[in-house]
Design a protein. Structure first.
Length: 245
């Protein structure tokens, strides 16, 4: 099968299944109790992501014990990070507001109960911290990408600490995760990582044409962190840097 045909077939398969899945969640959520809705949404995203990984040839491996609740702080390379992480567990994600407007990914993020943050509004993080606290109090694991944007993976960008205020206030366990991707036939920095002025659709179609992507997630042990949010951010970034190759 040529890479072009493979990319077209995968785009059709993912697009069709996504529309069916969105129809499913829109029909079922009204019949789920309010207290169970977030759990239902994260379970739905987990199933969708496992399907997407199979179709796209993404081989996911993990190292370390996966946390079950509290906060998970991860480096950020691509939109693919959310697919990989949510294929592992039923987790709630915090994403920048721009993602809500993306075709397909924005719809899926809304349906999955994603918490969106507008970094241009000074008071936006206060509302987000409240929503993160609510999700954690309900027993969910919330995933943060405190770099605030994705990168080419050559380094871990400095962490923005504002959303880690929820860890300070709740005294909940916080774990670190390092995600990495590998390709046999291309450049991870240019064809997997999504950063700078890259355009979504061409990048996505090229990614669909890759025969196999190997993704690895390494986890640190969750623990209650001492210090203020800036100290916690520094500690978590150092842990992630140490877990990277």
């Amino acid at each position: 099968m040529s890479s072009t045909f493979l990319g077209i077939w995968r785009a059709f398969a993912v697009g069709f299944f996504s529309l069916v899945a969105l129809a499913e969640i829109s029909v079922t959520i009204p019949f789920v109790g309010r207290s169970e809705r977030l759990h239902a949404r994260t379970g739905w995203l987990h199933r969708w992501s496992r399907f997407a990984c199979r179709v796209l040839g993404i081989r996911v491996t993990t190292r370390g014990s996966m946390p079950q609740s509290g906060l998970l702080v991860c480096n950020h390379l691509s939109y693919l990070d959310v697919v990989v992480l949510s294929s592992i567990g039923r987790w709630v994600f915090v994403a920048k507001r721009d993602v809500a407007a993306w075709p397909l990914f924005g719809w899926l993020a809304h349906a999955a109960g994603t918490i969106f943050v507008d970094r241009e509004r000074r008071l936006a993080s206060v509302d987000v911290v409240d929503r993160v606290r609510e999700a954690i109090a309900g027993g969910s694991l919330v995933v943060l990408f405190p770099e605030g944007t994705s990168s080419d993976g050559s380094t871990v960008l400095p962490f923005k600490s504002s959303l880690l205020e929820s860890a300070v206030q709740l005294r909940c366990p916080v774990a670190a995760a390092a995600i990495e991707h590998a390709l046999e036939d291309g450049s991870v920095a240019e064809e997997i990582c999504y950063w700078g002025d890259m355009t979504l659709l061409p990048h996505l179609l090229n990614l669909f044409s890759k025969r196999e992507i190997r993704s690895k997630c390494s986890f640190s042990l969750p623990k209650i962190r001492a210090g203020d949010r800036k100290e916690i951010a520094t500690e978590l970034r150092e842990e992630i840097v140490s877990m990277r190759p």
